[in-house]
Design a protein around this ligand. Structure first.
Ligand code: HEC
Ligand code: HEC
Length: 362
């Protein structure tokens, strides 16, 4: 038993070691130039595709079954090695299989949370002001690495955030996505679900279930969205329009409104306009959108765009009008100074002769 534990542990340790070894060479360069980037995140896309990148870690598997076995021993033997982190063949944290959600009251809450995550605008219609769902930006039911996966988030809250200058709990964070990404101000209630709502209870139960075996306080590889370093050319709306035409129009349409299906509702989500995220959302920032796009778009072709194209197309989609920042009380100018100072965003700036940020309504 001890041996098994040891194998499991040393395998995942080895994967970490290899990652470090890989990172070390380029890492020196990185530090020298002073990009304060997460070496692992950077590595995974600098190697071209995550498949290429993660094949280096291909043997790094430590199954959930091995973890369960190690946990059992650990509960009886206080000297036993701590159970390791479940890791898949791609080297990233391995969330539990959906088929393993138990048929218990707890499992029911997990399923309710999952349904809210997948069909937000219909299940929480009182508090959602657009046609988006959580899964539109947190892909694969919130399981996908580099897509701000819920297993990467659950273990890192409560935390201090400069956006709010306060400690945020996980519930606060989800409330933020309702307020900005889901544009709650345009919903029937006009606000995000109130603190303590069952909506948060179910969503957090889903996230807790997904994070089983992940250690608190750690930023796991693939957590959050990747940060792209700035390019020499900077970003440009006209170049971005070309990238958009060649890579995105097929699904998100020329007018950026995506596509709807009479039966199942939104198939391809809108990228701007009244049914999209508002100006206060993380995705309205050009740097955040560029990182998301690099790792996740075009859908099914992660890490296929160059960094330059990802920046430019992020600038293009975020150069269109969208619902106003939910925090804006006075003028756009005031809100720009108060909430968007120094940010990579067109909020309050002039693009093609128009000052952006005024908002659009349905
Ligand atoms: C339009 C895209 C979008 C939608 C829709 C969206 N989010 Fe987010 N979410 C983001 C972005 C961008 C961030 C990171 C923001 C930042 O840190 O600047 C984020 C961050 C988070 C985080 C923290 C992640 C971390 O690693 O710290 C959680 C939790 C979260 N979202 C949950 C949700 C839930 C639940 C929903 C649905 C109610 C949702 N999000 C809908 C874009 C979105
Ligand atoms: C093959 C279809 C397809 C292509 C091509 C595609 N997307 Fe998407 N995109 C999607 C789908 C589907 C989602 C929602 C993901 C989900 O729910 O699983 C999405 C989500 C998004 C989102 C976050 C949600 C939102 O509505 O804001 C952004 C931003 C985005 N895509 C930008 C782009 C950009 C930029 C390109 C071109 C570089 C692109 N997409 C190409 C299908 C596509």
């Amino acid at each position: 038993m001890k041996d098994t534990q040891h194998n499991g542990r040393s395998k995942s340790a080895m994967s970490g070691g290899r990652r470090l070894a890989w990172g070390a060479g380029i890492g020196v360069l990185l530090f020298a130039i002073g990009y304060g980037l997460n070496a692992k995140g950077w590595l995974s896309f600098s190697l071209g595709s995550p498949d290429e990148g993660t094949s280096q870690l291909g043997e790094a598997t430590y199954s959930r079954a091995a973890m369960e076995a190690d946990r059992k021993t650990q509960s009886k033997d206080k000297l036993a090695v701590t159970a390791g982190l479940p890791v898949g063949a791609d080297g990233y944290y391995l969330p539990p299989a959906e088929s393993s959600i138990p048929d218990t009251p707890y499992g029911e809450a997990v399923r309710r949370g999952r349904t809210i995550f997948m069909e937000t605008s219909t299940t929480v219609s009182d508090h959602v002001g657009n046609t988006l769902a959580c899964v539109n930006c947190h892909l694969d039911a919130g399981r996908r690495e580099h897509s701000a996966p819920m297993w990467g988030a659950y273990i890192r809250y409560p935390a201090y955030r400069s956006k709010t200058k306060a400690i945020s709990t996980l519930e606060d964070r989800i409330m933020g996505c309702f307020t900005y990404s889901m544009n709650a101000q345009a919903s029937p209630s006009g606000v995000a679900p109130p603190a303590g709502s069952d909506v948060y209870r179910d969503l957090m139960t889903y996230m807790y279930w997904m994070s089983d075996g992940a250690p608190t306080g750690q930023k796991l590889p693939g957590a959050g969205f990747p940060k792209l370093k700035k390019t020499e050319l900077g970003y440009d709306v006209a170049r971005g329009k070309e990238v958009y035409t060649n890579n995105c129009v097929l699904c998100h349409a020329v007018d950026g409104q995506g596509q709807k299906d009479a039966e199942s509702g939104v198939v391809f989500p809108p990228l701007w306009g009244a049914n999209s995220y508002n100006w206060g959302a993380g995705m309205a920032r050009i740097d955040t959108a560029a990182g998301f796009i690099k790792a996740n778009m075009p859908l099914g072709k992660p890490f296929s765009l160059s960094d330059q194209d990802a920046w430019d197309v992020a600038a293009y989609i975020n150069s269109h009008e969208r619902p106003k920042d939910a925090r804006q009380k006075g003028t756009v100018e005031q809100a720009r100074a108060e909430f968007h100072d120094g940010e990579e965003s067109y909020y309050g700036k002039e693009v093609n002769g128009v000052i952006l940020g005024g908002g659009v309504e349905k």
